[in-house]
Design a binder for this molecule. Structure first.
Ligand code: NIG
Ligand code: FE
Length: 427
């Protein structure tokens, strides 16, 4: 037995349960903070969580000649490894010229409709080999890890034809096997209507429903199915068809909803029983109430609103309506090119009025629920996976106050220290 003992944390953010359901309302502010806390990891699992004095005696009792690695967390804040439940991280190339175009007055949708945006990334994806995708994406995963993120969701949706969608998902699977950051895959063939189907989008929807979804499901390449339900992309009717087909093949529904204009996406999420609806910048009051009634998680992406220079989602209205809220970077080459989930947390406070405790819930246990992993990650409780982040911060409020810098000092993934003093140690 080899133990890791994280001693004397100024604050240990446990997110202790009940955690059967994602948290809503006032429960989003309950972090289960232990002052002067101690955490003991036994291999890949958490063995003990409590006061430092109790943790010290737990270690003493179980030591018996076994190796103990001690990490001193004096003056530090210790939290569950951060979880990012919405990314498009597997892609090739970059799109910095679009920022310049937007600063000269073009909109995100104009750029996409003129053949740029997602279409540009589709060209790069189709040219790239699986090895190239793995190589490029690995650097992004390194940055996620350095920012305290230990699990992410990763969507396909830049291939937009069967072989390239499979290539993108296989790259995610290969990365999951070789990188400390764990990836949970979502099939998003309905991310855009590819240019070759421009005059017949319904034919593309048929391709997604009849060929892509069955092929992805047969190869076990994804757990979720997502669709970009947006004016000028996929209608609510087309989106429903995609998500229902996904359900038939065992892919749980997620939806990009009401990002640019109100389009009934939140309502559709409730109707199809989606696990989560994402973006929601322009979600209607009725849509929000329907999500609350069905327990659909709102995955909010204030970094995307910031980068597209637009008003973010109404997080306060959602929390007040009883919708469970999670946060994510939306890491992608167009609307949100960042791996800094901690900065997105800052933006959630500063641009959406979420409180420091709500954002921690949104990036740990609620994010874990949004990717079906709340039984394993998202809180520091005995028996759970030993995914831990240590911030150079005396308390959790400080994380939102000392903003836009990386305060992550140590990251432990499945019991293994992978970042120590801000540097990778496992290679
Ligand atoms: O979530 N909205 C659609 N998809 C992505 C952006 C993809 C891209 O621009 O490459 C998003 O913002
Ligand atoms: Fe997205």
């Amino acid at each position: 037995m080899s133990l890791v003992y994280i001693r004397n944390a100024a604050q240990l953010i446990t997110m202790a349960g009940p955690n059967e359901k994602p948290r809503t309302g006032a429960a989003m502010s309950e972090l289960g903070v232990i002052e002067n806390g101690g955490l003991v990891l036994d291999g890949e699992r958490i063995a003990f969580v409590g006061s430092d004095a109790e943790a010290a005696s737990f270690v003493e009792r179980s030591e018996g000649g076994h190796e103990v690695t001690v990490i001193d967390a004096t003056g530090r804040t210790v939290a569950p490894g951060l979880v990012d439940p919405h990314t498009h991280v597997v892609f090739a190339g970059s799109r910095e010229s679009e920022l310049d175009m937007r600063l000269h007055g073009a909109t995100y949708m104009q750029i996409m409709n003129a053949g740029g945006g997602i279409h540009y990334s589709t060209e790069r994806m189709r040219e790239a080999s699986e090895e190239q995708l793995v190589r490029e994406t690995e650097k992004r995963l390194d940055r996620f890890l350095a920012h305290g993120v230990t699990t992410i969701e990763a969507k396909s949706g830049y291939g937009l034809r069967l072989e390239d969608e499979l290539k993108q998902l296989r790259a995610a699977r290969a990365l999951n096997e070789r990188h400390p950051v764990e990836l949970v895959s979502t099939f998003m063939g309905a991310h855009a209507v590819p240019r070759e189907y421009k005059t017949d989008p319904d034919a593309y929807v048929r391709l997604v429903v009849e060929e892509m979804i069955p092929a992805v499901a047969r190869e076990g390449l994804a757990e979720y199915c997502d669709v970009f339900c947006e004016e000028g992309v996929f209608t609510p009717e087309q989106s429903r068809a995609v998500l229902e087909a996904g359900k038939q093949w065992g892919l749980k529904p997620k939806i990009h909803a009401d990002e640019i204009v109100p389009y009934g996406g939140a309502e559709l999420a409730a109707e199809v029983g989606a696990v989560s609806a994402e973006h929601l910048l322009r979600a209607s009051g009725e849509g929000i109430r329907a999500m609350a009634a069905k327990g659909v998680i709102a995955v909010l992406l204030p970094g995307t609103a910031f980068f597209l220079m637009t008003k973010p989602a109404d997080a306060r209205a959602m929390i007040e309506a009883g919708v469970p809220v999670a946060l994510s970077t939306d890491r992608n080459p167009g609307s949100s090119p960042t791996e800094s989930l901690p900065f997105v947390m800052n933006l959630a406070c500063l641009t959406m009025g979420m409180t420091p405790s709500e954002v921690l819930t949104a990036c740990t246990i609620n994010a874990a629920h949004a990717i079906g992993r709340a039984d394993r990650i998202g809180s520091l409780e005995p028996g759970k996976q030993a995914d831990v982040v240590i911030f150079d911060a005396p308390n959790y409020l400080y994380l939102q106050y000392h903003y836009a810098v990386n305060l992550v000092e140590t990251v432990i993934k499945q019991g293994k220290p992978v970042i120590v003093s801000g540097r990778r140690t496992d290679r």
